[in-house]
Design a binder for this molecule. Structure first.
Ligand code: UDP
Length: 471
């Protein structure tokens, strides 16, 4: 008799940038016959359950399991179940801390289900210990690539920030495969010695070091030197199984992808709009799901767009961002207020460039679509992702953002700088070179996911290893 299929439980952090790749990962596992269960909360469940429901209807072994999140008891406002509901940066640390409330219910589920593995997000700092107690391997997922973790490790190992006199003087990060130069203001506060995260960073690191291994949403060919660094210098076990946005494209996806996440525009209408445009002629602008630009910034972006005689664009504008009067009537763009079908948009041949905040998912989705980028990091590890795009892969051009720019800090990039970067990515010889390199990486990304490709092989060997633990 055949042994029962593997059962893997997924526990994503409640932020779109984590739920999207983990959902894609669970679907990828289910396509390999693994029973995949995603644990989520009542308000987050509907966000991505469309894809899962349809996969289940196709006969794939995938399901969600909902557990309550007593957020008020955990000191958060009513209904604060997702990072996108957090309006004040001061609530981020309490939100991270609130992840402790899941320990008991998840432990009870694991004890009942006895799965073969749990993939738990970086924020669940208790997961390695809890899973270990039940002899269940815990896989770590942190939503970034190998480059970022390597740079952060090298910064710490070589104490690269110690004794830096100037905030704005570029310094070299030692010990990496490339010459990476940063300035102090681009670094996350904890790297600079800020202790205000009350030990959460250390707890995350400890649970990573002691876990069974890490699954990365990346592919070997994108960052070979850093995958190597992660494994050899940092001594971690890692499987690179991305880009996860590509992993489920197997024909059944064609139907499943459309009309799924509740987008703020009809997806077919958006595609029709793009169909009417020339190849590589449209610039797509989007700053992700949680980052805010300062109040004055939309006007500068609008000014940059208006400075072109003819430039088609799709601009995703978030709640509270105000555009100049008459802007939409005067220009050749499509403004989407709210949530855009980003992967569909990037994959369309009319898209010629992407102005991005360099969230890891957006970066990788651009790579998977072969689209060059205007990099505009705003916070977190986004400045590091920018370095990978501009200095290592050379598929993007920086807008010149120099430091963390949370909305309230009023940091504004001027329209001339924005327009200059847009021009470099959209027209002329440099744009062609950037696009050429981006296309080559796209081909590598697709190959990595095919039979015998690096991500496909890493996934196979991970599942084999999990099976071997049963013996
Ligand atoms: N996204 C989307 N539509 C939007 C904004 C974002 O589909 O209007 C998706 C995007 O494709 C990506 C994720 O949300 O998968 C954002 O993740 P990322 O890591 O780029 O940034 P974050 O939101 O975590 O800062």
């Amino acid at each position: 008799m055949d042994p029962p299929p593997l059962h893997v439980v997924f526990l994503p952090f409640m932020a779109q940038g984590h739920m999207i790749p983990i959902t894609d990962m669970a679907r990828l596992f289910a396509r390999r016959g693994v029973k995949s269960t995603i644990i989520t909360t009542p308000l987050n469940a509907p966000l991505f359950s469309g894809k899962i429901r349809r996969d289940a209807q196709l006969g794939l072994p995938i399901e969600t399991h909902i557990i309550e999140f007593p957020c008020v008891e955990a000191g958060l406002p009513e209904g604060c179940e997702n990072v996108s509901a957090i309006r004040s940066p001061d609530l981020m640390i309490p939100f991270f801390k609130a992840m402790a409330v899941f320990q008991r219910p998840v432990e009870d589920l694991l004890r009942n289900w006895r799965p073969d593995c749990i993939v738990a997000d970086v924020v669940f700092t208790w997961a390695t210990e809890t899973a270990g107690r039940l002899c269940i391997p815990r896989l770590f997922f942190n939503g970034t690539g190998a480059f970022v973790v390597s740079v952060l490790h090298a910064l710490k190992l070589h104490e690269a920030c110690n004794g830096l006199e100037s905030d704005s003087e570029p310094f070299l990060v030692p010990g990496l495969p490339h010459e990476i130069r940063l300035i102090k203001t681009q670094l996350p506060p904890f790297v600079k010695g800020d202790q205000s995260d009350s030990g959460i960073r250390e707890a995350m690191e400890e649970s990573e070091v002691n876990c069974f291994g890490t699954v990365l949403n990346s592919f070997h060919e994108l960052e070979p030197g850093y995958a190597e660094y992660y494994r050899k210098v940092m001594g971690r076990k890692a499987w690179l199984i991305g880009p996860l946005s590509l992993g489920n494209k197997d024909g059944t996806e064609e139907k499943a992808e459309r009309g799924d996440v509740v987008t703020s525009i009809d997806e077919q209408e958006c595609l029709r709009w793009l169909d009417a445009r020339e190849p590589n002629s449209v610039l797509y602008i989007c700053f992700g799901s949680t980052s805010y630009i300062s109040d004055a910034q939309p006007c500068e972006i609008a000014g940059a767009l208006e400075s072109f005689e003819e430039l088609s664009f799709i601009w995703v504008v978030r709640k509270g961002e105000l555009l100049p009067e008459g802007f939409e009537e005067r220009t050749k763009g499509l403004v989407i207020r709210g949530w855009a079908p980003q992967v569909l948009i990037l994959d369309h041949g009319a898209i010629g460039g992407f102005v991005t905040h360099c969230g890891w998912n957006s970066t990788l989705e651009a790579v998977a679509a072969g689209v060059p980028m205007v990099t505009w990091p705003l916070q977190a590890e986004q400045f590091l992702n920018e370095k990978l795009v501009t200095d290592v892969l050379k598929i993007g051009v920086g807008v010149g953002a120099q430091e963390w720019s949370r909305g309230e800090r009023k940091i504004v990039v001027g329209r001339e700088d924005i327009a200059r970067a847009m021009t470099r990515v959209m027209v002329g010889e440099e744009a062609e070179e950037l696009r050429g390199r981006a296309r080559k990486l796209q081909e590598m990304a697709v190959r990595a996911n095919e039979e015998g490709g690096s991500s496909n092989s890493d996934l196979k060997s991970l599942l084999e290893e999990l099976k071997s633990l049963r013996d």
